[in-house]
Design a protein around this ligand. Structure first.
Ligand SMILES: [Zn+2]
Length: 329
């Protein structure tokens, strides 16, 4: 161990060579385009050297396993990447045939190549499209609440139903997990172990894809339909507490949906506000009367003014009101 660090300190690139061995591009990787993970490893190595010098206790940095090495970034697109009708040309790697889903808009800035756990490759190129004029139209404003029964409910009474795949995939994941648990202690070279690892990765990938499609489609509809969108601020800590699988799949879908709403709203130049959800389900959206509800209270029925509506619908109206207030501030 100490020998390797000695080599590193002498300024040779043995350490990097070692890391490159685990890299998706193998020895083809150019030191000028070392992936983010490599840089992290180099950092942890130099941190170890520094700490050892001062006599501080420090753990020797671990090399990450092959399956965790999954991305390489070209921080400057102009320097090392070229995209034309023959494919994507990457400095030091060469030309790669690609399936291009849509044409580039604006000026390409950086390029990231990712390998998923199931061995598929993706290229994402981020482009600068400049600033767009914002003209929120609050006449077609909408508030959106995460429903308990439906995926989301809007202030104008639309419902986005929960996807059945949340439940279905929960079952496949649990099954794959059980099979994995039985073999995970076996050596990494074990064929059955590797097969089951891939099954889990595949289920995760399928969930991710379905969730993506769902979030993109639903947020696109919202952004096309409205000039201003208000949602709840996310409570990540609250979400992490939830151990139930189907619920957590739905939670991730919701945060992705919210994220899509936000950036699609920005792209389209419409208004977007995230508000604190503190009393949105307790307050009456008609008169402001506040009254505690339990999770089983499905209907909002105000004792003060008699207003009666679906619980989530009431919350969505409150979210819209708060969002419009914040917009006016
Ligand atoms: Zn009321």
């Amino acid at each position: 161990m100490d020998e390797l660090v000695g080599v590193w300190c002498n300024g040779q690139v043995e350490g990097v060579g070692q890391m490159r061995h685990f890299h998706p591009f193998g020895d083809a990787a150019d030191p000028a385009h070392i992936g983010l993970d490599d840089i992290c490893s180099a950092k942890s190595l130099s941190r170890y050297v520094e700490k050892s010098k001062t006599g501080e206790k420090a753990g020797f940095p671990r090399y990450k396993g092959q399956n965790r090495y999954d991305s390489i970034t070209y921080p400057q697109f102009a320097n090392g990447c070229r995209l034309d009708n023959k494919g994507l040309r990457l400095g030091s790697i060469g030309r790669i045939r690609i399936v291009q889903h849509r044409s580039l808009e604006g000026i390409p800035k950086s390029c990231t190549i990712t390998r998923t756990a199931t061995g598929k490759w993706f290229v994402s190129i981020s482009c600068d499209i400049g600033e767009k004029d914002k003209k929120p139209n609050t006449n077609s404003a909408v508030g959106i609440d995460v429903g308990l029964n439906s995926f989301a409910v809007t202030s104008d009474g639309q419902k986005i139903e929960n996807q059945r795949f949340f439940r279905k995939e929960e079952k496949s994941l649990a099954k794959a997990q059980r099979k994995w648990d039985a073999v995970k202690k076996r050596p990494k070279t074990d064929a059955v172990r590797e097969k089951r690892r891939k099954v889990i990765a595949k289920v995760h990938e399928r969930i991710r894809n379905k969730r993506h499609n769902f979030a993109h489609q639903e947020s696109r509809k919202m952004v096309n339909r409205h000039g201003f969108i208000a949602v709840e601020k996310l409570d990540v800590q609250e979400m992490q507490k939830n151990r139930r699988l189907a619920k957590s799949i739905a939670d991730v879908a919701w945060s992705l949906f919210r994220h899509c709403l936000e950036y699609k709203a920005e792209e389209a130049g419409i208004g977007f506000k995230a508000v604190k959800p503190d009393y949105t389900s307790q307050d009456c959206s008609a008169c402001g009367h506040r009254e505690k509800k339990t999770l089983s209270d499905r209907v909002h029925h105000c004792k003060a003014c008699g207003y009666k509506t679906d619980r989530d619908h009431n919350a969505a109206i409150n979210i819209l009101t708060l969002g419009l207030q914040r917009q006016a501030d």
